[in-house]
Ligand binder design. Structure first.
Ligand code: PCA
Length: 331
């Protein structure tokens, strides 16, 4: 897909080429534009980190590789992004890693409740799972560039929840298989809703509770339709940025190096931004009238029991690959 800006540039190059020979046209043809679908909105810290990544790639390649970010599912909806990149319909994209858990359980490891409920543990779990993630992506012609966690996950509702029984029968917004399963085990009724659709889903009554980060709560203006946030710190799911290997391999060596360097920088920046985000967006919730609740010991105990069940289910699904991840994580 040619961008009009490049056509203009090419036009300038053609004028120059008339005087200077064909060198200018060759330079124009070397410009590559990558359209990048992402699921979350522009105000989200992951999207902002991706914009900084794209900016860095542009700078490092002197503009020979330009990544145009299409946020909030505007180019491809979240459930379509992985396959769009696999098929080469987009060269690069972002997804929530655990969206792919129905393809392979290794992608679900970061959404097992209470397995790795802090940034240090989440980093360790990521390092333990990364080889398996890369192998599974590689089988589909995809390459992992970097991954960044969301802040810890807490329960939003229209009342205070002191025990799991308080969640019974609630229409519960889910964003992956694990949140769906957690809702079921808590006796709630799960419905998948993508982040851009959260405000409508709540205001029309399709859902009435959810588990997600302070980040997504604040970005969605949770105070318009919810009253309580329970800081359960259940897990830190990650987003990953990945490329179609064919598209990556078609880059020059200098461009490949620029992408990999910018990806490493984005990963580092993203983990730090996520930590800052946890505090700042929890404050935004408070400032807007949400009651932030330290969960009761009963609630934590009962959610932990659900976590145990889900951990056993995950291990049964993930088999040897899962056992290897847990082994690497615990050592
Ligand atoms: N926000 C995303 C995934 C996890 C999170 O904190 C969501 O709610 O869909």
């Amino acid at each position: 897909m040619l961008h009009s800006r490049f056509l203009t540039k090419a036009g300038i190059h053609m004028a120059a080429a008339a005087a200077l020979g064909l060198a200018g046209i060759t330079a124009a043809a070397a410009e590559t534009k990558w359209d990048m679908p992402t699921p979350y909105g522009d105000s989200n810290f992951h999207t902002q980190n991706i914009s900084a990544f794209a900016e860095e790639v542009k700078e490092k390649t002197d503009g020979s590789l330009v990544i145009q970010v299409h946020s909030a599912g505007s180019l491809f909806k979240h459930p379509e992004i992985k396959n769009a990149v696999r098929k080469g319909l987009a060269p690069i994209g972002e997804v929530l890693v655990s969206r792919l858990s129905n393809e392979d359980a290794v992608f679900g490891v970061d959404s097992v409740p209470f397995l790795a409920p802090s940034y240090d543990k989440a980093w360790k779990l990521y390092q333990a799972a990364k080889p398996a993630m890369e192998e599974k992506l590689g089988e589909q012609g995809l390459q992992l560039l970097y991954a960044v966690p969301w802040p810890p996950q807490g329960v939003y509702a229209k009342k205070e929840i002191t025990k799991v029984d308080d969640m019974k029968g609630l229409k519960f917004r889910a964003y992956n298989a694990a949140t769906e399963r957690l809702a079921q085990l808590a006796g709630a009724v799960p419905t998948q809703v993508e982040v851009p659709d959260i405000p409508t889903a709540f205001s029309t009554g399709r859902v009435e509770a959810m588990i997600t980060s302070p980040s997504t709560g604040a970005n969605s203006k949770a105070w318009d339709f919810l009253t309580h946030y329970h800081d359960t710190q259940a897990w830190l799911p990650k987003n990953m940025v990945f490329v179609n290997k064919g598209a990556f391999d078609a880059l020059s060596e200098a461009e490949k190096a620029a992408v990999l360097e910018a990806a490493a920088d984005a990963e580092k920046r993203g983990w730090e931004a996520s930590k800052v985000e946890t505090k700042s967006k929890t404050n935004v919730l408070v400032e807007n009238g949400i009651t932030v609740v330290q969960p009761s010991s009963e609630l934590i105990k009962e959610l932990a029991a659900i976590g145990e069940t889900m951990s056993a289910e995950w291990q049964a699904q993930a088999g040897e690959a899962g056992a290897a991840i847990l082994e690497a994580y615990k050592n």
